[in-house]
Design a protein around this ligand. Structure first.
Ligand code: NOJ
Length: 742
C-alpha cells in the first residue's frame, strides 16, 4: 500500500513538473518535486542515487560488483554505464521502474567519445581540422545516435591538454594548446548538449578528467602530476572552465594527484575552483575506482576514509568504487559527513534526471524504430567524411599530390592499406570496423579511380619482424608508377593505459618504406596513428606524407578525395611532432629562458645531438596551394584595457588550387613581471580562399587576450609592448608591435 502511495505521488508530481526541454536551471533553488521525492528516500536510496556501476558489457578496470541488477531493485544504484541499445536499456529501466520501491529512473552513461556507431576521427585528429562547426556537428551526431540507442549521458568531452605524446590518451583530447583546446571544448559541449535538456537528440556532457590528467610525469598513464599553479591555471585549466561556461552539466574527476592530493579527494579542485570560482552547479562523478585508489595514493587508510574524503571534497557520484553505497554511512553516523552534503549531491543528480525528462517518461529514449532510423543515417556518414577530410594534415609534398589524372599503375601497400578495424580508433563505443571504408576500398570506389590500375599487397604486419613479402613487393614496386604506403599504429597502441617510451612506427614498417625507396618510384606515405610519432625516416624517405590519424567510418573515402585532389588538405597539427623522444615535453608556447638558443654560442639552451625545434610544429600543415601573408596592421598601435584592437592581414592564395587556410594569431608579451611564453595562440580563422584571390582577415583582441597571472597569482594585464604574429603556423615571424598603456 505504501509503495503504491509513493508511486502515485511521484506520478502526480511528475505531471505537475515543468516540461523537460526547458533551459538548464540552477540547482541552488529547491525544486518541490525533488524535495518531495527526497523526503521519501531512505539513506540507502540516497546513496544509491550517488552510485554508478558498469554493467557486464564492458569495463576499463576492475569490476567491483557483479550484482548490479539487485542493486537497481533495492534502490542502491541510480545510474549505469556500458549499457546501451534500446533493448538493453529498456530491460534495465524496467527493473528500476517496476521492481524498486521509489521507481526513480536510471541514468544511462557511456563513453561516446568520437562517435557512437558512425565513427568520426579520433578527437586529436578532429582537432587538426580547426573547424569548430564541423567538430560541433560530429559531437551532435554522435549524441543523436547514442540518444536514439537509449543513452542519456556521455563521458565526453575529454578536454585534457597534454604536452605528452608518450601518453596514450593524447588521442582523446585536442592537443597541447589551451586556446584551441578551449574553443574545441565549447564546440563539443554545444554539440553534445545543445541549449537545453530533454531533447531527443542530445545527451548530458561530462567534462573530463578534472584536472590536469594530461600532465602525468614521464607520460605514464595514471602517474602523478607535478606542475606549478601557474602552469596549471594557464595551460591546463582553461578548457575545463570553457566547457563549464558552455553549459556542461557533469564533470569527471581524474585518477592523478595534483600537488599531493588525488583529484577525487581534492576540495581545492572540486569545491574551491569548480563550484566557487566557476559557479558549476551540475554534478561531479569520479573516474572509475578513483575513490578506492586514494588508499593506494596513501591519503586514506581504507575505502571508508576514501569515500568520506571524496564526498567532503565535492564528489556527488561514485563510479565503481562502491564506497558511497557501502561505506559512507559510517562517516554519517560518526559525524564526519554531514547529511546536508549527501542531500545536496542527491538533489543535483535528481535535478538532472528531471531536466532530461526521465520522471515524465523513463523510456523516452527507448524507441526501436527511431534507433534503427537514426544509427548510421546517410547524412551522418556524409558528416563523418566531411570532418575526416578536414582532419587530415599534409606534412610533406614534393609535388606528387594530388595524383595527376592520367593512366598510372599504383601499388597500394602497408599493413593499414586495406585495414578497417583500426580506423575506428581507440574509444570507439559501439563502432565496428566492418563499417569502415579502408584506404584501398576508398581509392578504388572513387570516380577518379578509372584513371588508375591498382595492385595491393600488405607488405608486412603492424608489429613483428616478418619481412617475407619484401621481395615480391619490391618487384611490384619496380613496375608501378606510384606507391601508396599506409603505415602506423594498431588502435590499441593509443588510448587508456597505452603509454609508450618510444613513439616510433612499430615493427618493420619503416624498413618496408626504406626498401621501397631504393626502387626510386614516388612514395606517398599515409600515417594512421593516435599520437604524434617520430617521423624523421618517414619524412626523409617519402615524397609525400599524409597524417591520417584514425579517421573513422569514412576514412578511405576521405583519403581518396585528398589523394585524387577533390579536396585540398586544410588540417593543421594541434600538437608538435618531436624529432625524438628526448625532446619531450616539446611545445610551441615555451619560455624564452635567460639563455635563448644561439647556434654559435655553446652556453645557450640547446641539445648537442638534436635541434630544439620539433619535426613538425604546432599549427603546421600544407595545402596543395600556397598562401602568402601581408604584414599585419593594427587599428590602434597604442591601446588600454578598455579598448578593442583590430588586427588585420591580407592573405593571398598564390598557388594553383582553391584552398582553405587556418589563419593563426599569436601574441608575445615582451616584458612582464613574470616570464611569458614566446608565443601564445589567441585567435584563428579558417577560411576558403580561391586561387588568385586575396582576403582581408580581421581579429578583434581585448583585455582578456593580454591577461596573465602575476607574481601574486592575480589575473592582470601590464603595460608594455606586445608582438602580434599572424601566420600559417606557430613558427611564423610575421608580426607587428602594439603597446598596452595604463
Ligand atoms: C576510465 C576512463 O579514464 C574514463 O575516461 C572513462 O570515462 C571511464 N573509465 C568509464 O569508462
Amino acid at each position: 500500500m505504501r509503495i503504491i502511495n509513493v508511486v502515485a505521488i511521484l506520478m502526480i508530481l511528475a505531471a505537475c513538473s515543468p516540461k523537460s526541454t526547458s533551459k538548464i536551471s540552477s540547482v541552488s533553488k529547491k525544486d518541490p518535486f525533488i524535495e518531495q521525492l527526497m523526503s521519501k528516500m531512505t539513506l540507502d536510496e540516497k546513496l544509491g542515487q550517488m552510485t554508478l556501476y558498469t554493467t557486464d558489457w564492458e569495463s576499463t578496470g576492475p569490476t567491483i560488483r557483479g550484482g548490479y541488477q539487485d542493486d537497481i531493485k533495492s534502490g542502491r544504484c541510480g545510474a549505469l554505464f556500458n549499457s546501451h541499445t534500446v533493448d538493453f536499456t529498456t530491460q534495465l529501466q524496467k527493473i528500476a521502474m517496476e521492481e524498486s520501491r521509489l521507481k526513480i529512473p536510471l541514468l544511462f552513461g557511456y563513453d561516446v567519445v568520437h562517435g557512437y556507431k558512425t565513427m568520426f576521427p579520433i578527437p586529436l585528429g578532429e582537432a587538426a581540422s580547426w573547424d569548430l562547426e564541423a567538430i560541433e556537428k560530429s559531437a551532435y551526431i554522435m549524441s543523436k545516435e547514442a540518444a536514439a540507442s537509449g543513452l542519456h549521458w556521455t563521458f565526453a568531452p575529454m578536454v585534457d591538454i597534454t604536452r605528452e605524446p608518450r601518453w596514450g590518451r593524447v588521442m582523446e583530447g585536442a592537443g597541447e594548446d589551451p586556446y584551441l583546446g578551449s574553443r574545441i571544448a565549447e564546440a563539443r559541449v554545444r554539440g553534445i548538449q545543445g541549449d537545453g535538456f530533454g531533447k531527443m537528440d542530445r545527451l548530458l556532457a561530462c567534462v573530463k578528467h578534472f584536472a590536469a590528467y594530461g600532465a602525468p610525469i614521464a607520460g605514464r598513464d595514471y602517474n602523478s602530476v607535478e606542475i606549478s599553479e601557474r602552469v596549471f591555471r594557464e595551460t591546463y585549466l582553461p578548457p575545463y572552465e570553457a566547457a563549464i561556461k558552455a553549459g556542461a552539466k557533469t564533470v569527471m574527476t581524474s585518477f592523478n594527484d595534483y600537488d599531493g592530493v588525488p583529484a577525487s579527494g581534492s576540495k581545492y579542485l572540486l569545491t574551491d575552483i569548480l563550484r566557487k570560482e566557476w559557479g558549476f552547479d551540475g554534478f561531479v562523478v569520479t573516474d572509475y575506482t578513483s575513490i578506492n585508489e586514494m588508499v593506494n595514493h596513501g591519503v586514506a587508510k581504507d575505502a571508508t576514509d576514501a569515500g568520506i574524503m571524496a564526498v567532503n571534497a565535492g564528489v556527488d557520484m561514485d563510479m565503481q568504487s562502491a564506497a558511497f553505497q557501502e561505506k559512507i554511512k559510517i562517516g554519517i553516523t560518526d559525524g564526519r559527513v554531514k547529511i546536508e552534503k549527501i542531500d545536496a549531491s542527491v538533489r543535483r543528480i535528481l535535478r538532472l534526471k528531471k531536466e532530461l525528462g526521465l520522471f515524465e517518461n523513463p523510456y523516452k529514449f527507448s524507441d526501436k524504430q527511431r534507433e534503427s532510423k537514426t544509427i548510421m543515417a546517410k547524412e551522418h556518414l556524409e558528416a563523418s567524411k566531411d570532418v575526416a577530410k578536414k582532419s587530415v594534415v599534409l606534412l610533406k609534398n614534393s609535388g606528387i599530390l594530388p595524383l595527376p589524372k592520367k593512366q598510372l599503375k599504383i601499388l597500394v601497400t602497408g599493413p593499414l592499406a586495406d585495414d578497417k578495424n583500426n580506423l575506428i580508433g581507440a574509444w570507439s563505443a559501439s563502432g565496428e570496423g566492418r563499417h569502415c571504408v579502408s584506404l584501398y576500398e576508398g581509392l578504388r570506389q572513387h570516380p577518379a579511380s578509372a584513371n588508375y590500375n591498382f595492385e595491393h599487397l600488405k607488405g608486412c604486419e603492424i608489429e613483428g619482424n616478418d619481412r617475407s613479402q619484401f621481395n615480391i613487393i619490391l618487384e611490384k614496386a619496380s613496375t608501378s608508377d606510384v606507391i601508396i604506403l599506409a603505415i602506423g599504429e594498431h588502435k590499441d597502441m593509443s588510448g587508456e593505459a597505452a603509454s609508450k617510451t618510444m613513439i616510433r612506427i612499430p615493427g618493420v614498417q619503416e624498413e618496408l618504406l626504406k626498401a621501397l625507396k631504393t626502387i626510386g618510384k614516388p612514395i606517398i606515405t599515409v600515417v594512421m596513428n593516435g599520437r604524434p610519432l617520430v617521423l624523421n625516416e618517414v619524412d626523409l624517405n617519402s615524397d609525400a606524407v599524409i597524417e591520417a590519424w584514425w579517421l573513422g567510418t569514412q576514412a578511405g573515402n576521405a583519403l581518396a578525395d585528398i589523394i585524387y585532389g577533390d579536396y585540398n588538405p586544410s588540417g593543421k597539427l594541434p600538437i608538435c611532432f618531436p624529432r625524438n623522444e628526448g625532446q619531450i615535453p616539446i611545445y610551441y608556447n615555451h619560455k624564452n629562458t635567460g639563455r635563448p638558443l644561439n647556434p654559435t654560442d655553446k652556453y645557450t639552451t640547446k641539445y648537442l645531438d638534436a635541434p630544439n625545434t620539433p619535426l613538425y610544429a604546432f599549427g603546421y600543415g600544407l595545402s596543395y596551394t600556397t598562401f602568402t601573408y601581408s604584414t599585419p596592421s593594427t587599428s590602434k598601435v597604442s591601446f588600454s584595457d578598455a579598448d578593442q584592437v583590430t588586427i588585420s592581414v591580407n592573405v593571398s592564395n598564390t598557388g594553383n588550387y582553391d584552398g582553405e587556410e587556418v589563419v593563426q594569431l599569436y601574441i608575445r608579451d615582451l616584458i612582464a613581471s613574470v616570464t611569458r611564453p614566446v608565443k601564445e595562440l589567441k585567435a584563428f580563422k579558417k577560411l576558403m580562399i580561391k586561387k588568385g584571390e586575396t582576403k582581408k582577415v580581421e581579429f578583434v583582441l581585448s583585455k582578456k587576450d593580454f591577461e596573465f597571472y602575476d607574481q601574486a597569482m592575480k589575473k592582470t594585464t601590464e603595460a608594455g609592448e606586445f608582438h602580434i604574429f599572424v601566420g600559417s603556423n606557430s613558427d611564423t615571424k610575421n608580426k607587428i608591435s602594439v603597446f598596452l598603456t595604463k
